[in-house]
Design a protein around this ligand. Structure first.
Ligand SMILES: Nc1ncnc2c1ncn2[C@@H]1O[C@H](COP(=O)(O)OP(=O)(O)OP(=O)(O)O)[C@@H](O)[C@H]1O
Length: 260
């Protein structure tokens, strides 16, 4: 395991890179309450790749995801989505970029209860005044296994089905990258496996790029690559992960935390 600050891939505007961070630092508070949540994180997310971000509680996973997705602004460093440096955008253009090029899936499904599944899936496009591409939408809905549920409202769907609606909603605009923050955190293992399979298929079959924060080594085992954060720094990376290998790295974090 590497212990020095870890730079996974060259963080430049290389073709084939969906998003990249360079020397990303995020500091919350000041004085006695100062917390360095991210401490110089440089990494990139290749197009058509599924990346999981893992690490002990409080290591900065959500902060990294929120900064990379333009939901939070870094203290210093840069974030690029494709070739666009988010630091150069005013609020209006940043909002538009998030709407048009980024999909989000959170632990809470965040569906509108009065809308049907189909209306929820197409809501961001409707708000943007865009019409969904019918062929794309059909593929996403079929992949989500929701073809027979499109007229149902969220209360008529299981938790797993609701999260599948949320993933379909994230994919509906054909985003350059989808960010997930613990997308299986509210689901039992079977429903979670369906969501993870759906995210993986969206990468393999639809060519999307997915970045997911998770605590769960089984979830990370669905990814192509796992980045490990510790104390706001990237400390390791694993390609072609398995749940067992991820668990071994997480146990090493735990034992270091106990002995330090
Ligand atoms: N708004 C905030 N104000 C102050 N400190 C914050 C804020 N958000 C996060 N932090 C701190 O920054 C550090 C990183 O938090 P973050 O939520 O990114 O970690 P995490 O790895 O996602 O944690 P968890 O796995 O527990 O969700 C933590 O020490 C946290 O307490």
């Amino acid at each position: 395991m590497t212990t020095a600050p870890f730079a996974a891939y060259a963080p430049h505007t290389t073709p084939g890179i969906a998003a990249a961070t360079t020397d990303l630092t995020k500091v919350y508070g000041s004085g006695d309450t100062r917390v360095v949540a991210l401490d110089g994180v440089s990494t990139s997310f290749r197009e058509g790749e599924f990346t999981a971000i893992m690490g002990p509680s409080g290591c900065g996973k959500s902060t990294l995801m929120h900064c990379a997705a333009g939901l939070d602004s870094p203290t210093s460093g840069t974030v690029r989505i494709g070739t666009t440096d988010l630091g150069t955008l005013d609020d209006r253009r940043l909002t538009r970029l998030r709407r048009d090029r980024i999909g989000f899936v959170f632990q809470a499904f965040n569906l509108v209860p009065t809308l049907t599944a189909l209306e929820n899936i197409t809501l961001p496009l409707s708000i943007a005044g865009r019409r969904p591409d019918p062929q794309w939408l059909d593929r996403v809905v079929a992949m989500a296994g929701l073809s027979q549920r499109l007229d149902h409202r969220p209360a008529q769907l299981s938790g797993g089905q609701q999260q599948r609606v949320a993933v379909a909603r994230a994919l509906a605009s054909q985003p350059a990258i989808v960010f997930g923050d613990e997308p299986t955190g509210n689901l039992d293992s079977r429903a979670g496996a369906e969501i993870l399979g759906f995210l993986r298929d969206s990468v393999r079959e639809l060519g999307r790029t997915v970045v997911m924060v998770t605590h769960d080594p089984v979830a990370a085992g669905y990814a192509d690559r796992v980045l490990f954060l510790s104390d706001g720094r990237l400390v390791d990376e694993m390609s072609h992960p398995t749940a067992d290998r991820v668990l071994d790295v997480m146990k090493a974090f735990d034992s270091r935390a106990r002995t330090s």
